[in-house]
Design a protein around this ligand. Structure first.
Ligand code: ATP
Ligand code: MG
Length: 626
């Protein structure tokens, strides 16, 4: 199979039209496409189109086409925040009925094809119904993570001119309630263009409703017909807008289209996870992130899979919750992020070992480079050494997996292994010269693929300028990578995070992995800062394991440990013990802010609106070393 993967990959590059028109048969087209990719990355004739003459509907592909054979198969399992509340199961027939109703409610509110609909929802089944309902009538959804502030919500609604928002009275997460409707009310004061607020009853909290603007979903749903035919959409019609997580700057409204995106989500889900019905697939990402779009909703449902939607958080009420959910629903594939793994790892192995987990077949990770230490723990402890790990590298912009193992690809801890079909990664040096063989440099993608973004909403120039200006003719990922002697790819982190110490280039991820290897360290973030002698010095922020005290001795031990693991050149110049690190809502460390603190530029921290907990920044500034 490893060989047939290589052969298939080569064919996808040698005969892209033949390959992709054949793969496109994985979807149910109203009018099948006769053309595959039509694109140019050159500035003068820049364009990207896939399956241009094809016509289809995404919700029909995710639901209607499965009804003849799988109407009674479970499409969605819902696991509530509070484990004492009964989980819910929805069959494909039930989800279909819910989505048709939801779509008719949107229509009754005047939503039309091409309108932008904001989705600001907790992790309840209605979140998935809302997405599919938009897709059914050709409205463009823009999901905003339910943890974002009124400012962030208003900014995103204004950016894409969205007059309609779907929300809930309140959400629940980790035993707390989240006042969604109240936040929408505040957002509507900031952005005056909010015309309709559709409110799903979730906790039953009595929330104020504004006449003429706010509508209870259940009341509206009782007045609409059950039947809603899917709207025929051109392959290149936008399906959704999604704002990136903002790790590196102001979030961009990434636009994905109907045909190419759905094919990419469908094919990567099927191939990377080797999904076999009726297994249960669990992606722990919130629907507010691209991972939630592609691998919680669209990829699984397009494949008639059973997808688990979890309302809560993996470590509430205890660190065993995630494993209890695995057992309760007999989860076969678990797809989660390194940040979640590190926080679970910190609590020790006994909690994991006390649970069976024997339904697990495959483990997946996404979101950040996974430290080899966390990889081994995932493999040896969580998977009992029995389950392969797929370390999937991709971005909001790419729509789905780009470099990833398949379950039978031989893996190396920390490597995302090989490119997916149709993906042609290359390494360039700083001047744009291609590097061959074993090398490290800027990761670029040399050709278009069906699932790639088609633009930045409302800012045509920003798309080209952000991704195609630095290195002409190719898509610049912004990530660095290394290719080893076997042709395996290792993502080294964002290019901005590469530091140069006394002429030695080093990925910060490498130093972080060395620190995390130490028994007392739970998490580490490393940045460079200007250094008179070395050019750049190394500044490390370290979070210790539960119960470990910070001390001068430990500080020395950590420096010695890194020296021993990597070499004297990597010895941190400064180590700051930090109870918390600034993370985006999707759990990624915002090194941009840490860099500013290390540099002493605390007046210019930039946009911090996507931080999960802005208060950690104050602590970091107060306890700055130097
Ligand atoms: P912004 O673009 O606004 O700065 P972001 O890049 O964090 O936000 P995403 O699109 O969610 O937003 O994240 C994609 C990035 O996550 C990749 O560019 C890469 O840096 C990192 N990443 C994702 N998966 C992996 C992985 N398996 N290995 C290494 N890095 C990964
Ligand atoms: Mg990015």
């Amino acid at each position: 199979m490893a060989e047939s993967r290589t052969v298939q990959h080569q064919r996808s590059l040698d005969d892209p039209d033949g390959f992709w028109l054949e793969q496109a048969k994985a979807l149910d087209w109203i009018t099948p496409p006769t053309k595959a990719g039509d694109w140019s990355f050159d500035e003068a004739e820049f364009h990207v189109r896939w399956f241009e003459d094809g016509v289809l509907n995404v919700s029909a592909n995710c639901l209607d086409r499965h009804l003849p054979e799988h109407a009674n198969r479970t499409a969605i399992i819902w696991e509530p925040d509070d484990a004492r509340v009964e989980p819910q199961h929805f069959t494909y027939a039930e989800v279909h009925a819910e989505v048709c109703h939801f779509a008719n409610v949107l229509k009754a509110q005047g939503v039309k094809k091409g309108d932008r609909v904001t989705v600001y929802m907790p992790m309840i089944p209605e979140a998935a119904f809302a997405l599919l309902a938009c897709a059914r009538i050709g409205a463009i959804h823009s999901v905003v993570f339910g943890g974002f502030s009124a400012d962030s919500l208003a900014g995103r609604m204004e950016d894409c001119g969205s007059a309609v928002v779907i929300t809930a009275d309140e959400g629940r997460r980790g035993g707390k309630t989240v006042p969604l409707k109240t936040t929408v009310d505040e957002a509507a004061k900031i952005f005056g263009g909010v015309k309709t607020v559709l409110v799903v009853k979730c906790t039953g909290k009595d929330v104020p409703m504004t006449r003429g603007r706010d509508v209870w979903y259940h009341e509206a749903a009782s007045k609409v017909p059950a039947d809603c035919p899917p709207e025929p959409m051109k392959a290149e019609d936008p399906l959704f807008i999604l704002y990136t997580s903002g790790s590196t700057g102001k979030p961009k409204g990434v636009v994905h289209t109907t045909g190419g995106y759905l094919l990419w989500a469908t094919l990567t889900f099927r191939t990377t996870f080797d999904y076999k019905a009726p297994e249960v697939f669990w992606c722990t990402a919130d629907v507010g992130w691209v991972t939630g779009h592609s691998y919680l909703v669209y990829g699984p449902l397009a494949n008639a899979a059973t997808t688990l939607v979890f309302e809560g958080v993996p470590n509430w009420p205890t660190a065993a919750r995630i494993w209890e959910v695995v057992n309760r629903h007999q989860v076969a594939t678990l797809y989660t992020a390194p940040t979640a793994l590190r926080s679970l790892m910190k609590e020790g192995d006994d909690i994991v070992k006390a649970t069976s987990r024997k339904s697990l077949r495959l483990l997946g990770t996404v979101g950040e480079p996974i430290n080899p230490e966390a990889w081994r723990w995932y493999h040896d402890v969580v998977g009992d050494g029995r389950c392969p790990i797929v370390d999937t590298w991709w971005q909001t912009e790419t729509g789905g997996h780009m470099i990833t193992p398949f379950p039978d690809t031989p893996t190396k801890p920390g490597s995302a292994t090989l490119p997916f079909y149709g993906v042609e990664p290359k390494l360039l040096d700083g001047e744009g010269k291609e590097l061959h063989g074993e090398a490290e440099g800027n990761l670029i993608i040399a050709r278009a693929w069906p699932g790639m973004m088609r633009g930045v909403w409302g800012d045509e120039k920003r798309f080209f300028e952000t991704y195609f200006r630095t290195f002409p003719g190719v898509y610049t990922t912004g990530d660095g990578a290394r290719r080893d002697a076997d042709g395996y790819w290792w993502i080294t982190g964002r290019v901005d995070d590469v530091i140069n110490v006394s002429g030695h280039r080093m990925g910060t991820a490498e130093v972080e992995s060395a620190l995390v290897l130490h028994d007392d360290v739970a998490e580490a973030a490393v940045v460079g800062f200007p250094h008179d002698v070395k050019g750049q010095g190394i500044y490390a922020y370290v979070t210790l394991n539960s119960g470990v005290e910070a001390s001068e001795d430990l500080l020395k031990a950590l420096k010695a440990h890194v020296r021993h693991e990597i070499g004297p050149i990597a010895t941190p110049d400064a180590i700051q013990f930090a109870p918390g690190l600034p993370k985006t809502r999707s759990g990624k460390i915002m090194r941009r802010i840490l860099r500013k603190i290390a540099e002493g530029e605390i007046g210019a921290l930039g946009d911090t609106s996507t931080l999960a907990d802005p208060s950690v920044v104050d602590d970091l500034v107060r306890n700055r070393v130097g």
